[in-house]
Structures are given as structure tokens and as C-alpha cells.
Design a protein around this ligand. Structure first.
Ligand SMILES: [Zn+2]
Length: 179
């Protein structure tokens, strides 16, 4: 699957809920999305990033190199806790740059898995950040929308320069693009 790059309008759309009758189809989609994510060395991917406006994300926050993707359907962050933390994030749809984004440290997310079961999951740290980033995509929100207007203009200029330098999904700095 091809990764859609910002500022494609599909990344600005609110995604549709997945109904249980679509689970078979979603299983196939999740597999393709996971492959696309791993091919670009990403740790999360949301359906609109491959041009599909459905509420489905895949994540893999395991740092041990083993591929263990988790698929979250209709995810909803029902609770946040902890101090807001600022960390640099990258996005497969915004290659070549990373941006400091402030988010709650802990979250509780409710979602449907590929078997159609409702799951409530508590996540913290990197995983919580990753889930929040991907859930944002389902509501048409990218990293840029988290920044102040001035920072957003600066970030967008940096992004355009990175694209011009040949940045590809998975690159988080222009140095990556040079390789
Ligand atoms: Zn992203």
C-alpha cells in the first residue's frame, strides 16, 4: 500500500466507524497496513494514511524487534492521566522531520479487536503516545495541528525542505533522506 503524504486532504477527514459486519474485510486491511508499517519501519499506521477513511489503526510498540502488530478498531480514548509530556514524534505521512508534541502520559483506550471483542486497555509512555498519535489521524488531526500557528508555519517549511531533499516515509530527519 502507498502511504499518503501531508497535506493530502484525506488526512483531514473524520473517519467512519467500522461495523462488526466489516470485520472480515478489516482483517485483510489490517494485514496490509501492518506490512506497510513494517516496510517503512513505523510503529503505528492509521487507515487514512493509506487513503481509507475507516476507524482502524495498527501499532507495534515492541522494541525487541519481534513483529507483534495490534489492530485497534473504532478506538476511543476514554481517559487520560498523568502529567503532559513533550517528546519528539515522527509520522510516516510527514517524512523527514520530527516535532515536539505534548500529550498526556497515560491513557485508557477502548476498542474492538479483529475478533469483534471489546477491549479496554491501559497504556503508558511510548505506547500511549503512539496510540494517541494514530487516534488523532482518525479525526483528521496530524502533528501540525498540535502546534501553535507560528510553530506550524515553521514546521511546514521544514517539512517542504525535507520533501525537496527526497525524504521518504520512515525518515525522521533530512539526514536520513541523504543516505
Ligand atoms: Zn502519523
Amino acid at each position: 500500500m502507498e502511504i499518503v503524504l501531508s497535506p493530502d486532504p484525506v488526512l483531514k477527514q473524520e473517519c467512519e466507524d467500522v461495523s462488526p459486519s466489516e470485520l472480515r474485510e478489516m482483517k485483510k486491511l489490517a494485514k496490509q497496513m501492518a506490512k506497510t508499517m513494517y516496510d517503512s519501519s513505523g510503529c503505528g499506521l492509521a487507515a487514512p494514511q493509506v487513503g481509507i477513511t475507516k476507524k482502524i489503526i495498527v501499532i507495534d510498540c515492541n522494541q525487541d524487534g519481534k513483529k507483534k502488530p495490534t489492530c485497534l478498531i473504532n478506538p476511543e480514548i476514554i481517559e487520560t492521566a498523568g502529567e503532559p509530556v513533550t517528546e519528539c514524534e515522527g509520522c510516516l505521512s510527514i517524512p523527514g522531520i520530527s516535532l515536539p508534541i505534548t500529550r498526556p502520559e497515560d491513557i485508557t483506550v477502548r476498542y474492538m479487536n479483529l475478533k469483534g471483542e471489546e477491549i479496554t486497555h491501559h497504556a503508558t509512555g511510548f505506547e500511549a503516545r503512539c496510540i494517541q498519535h494514530e487516534c488523532d489521524h482518525l479525526h483528521g488531526v496530524t502533528m501540525f495541528e498540535h502546534l501553535s500557528l507560528m510553530d506550524r508555519i515553521k514546521a511546514f517549511q521544514e517539512y517542504e525542505a525535507a520533501l525537496a531533499a527526497g525524504a521518504k516515509p520512515g525518515d525522521v530527519s533530512v539526514e536520513d533522506a541523504d543516505e
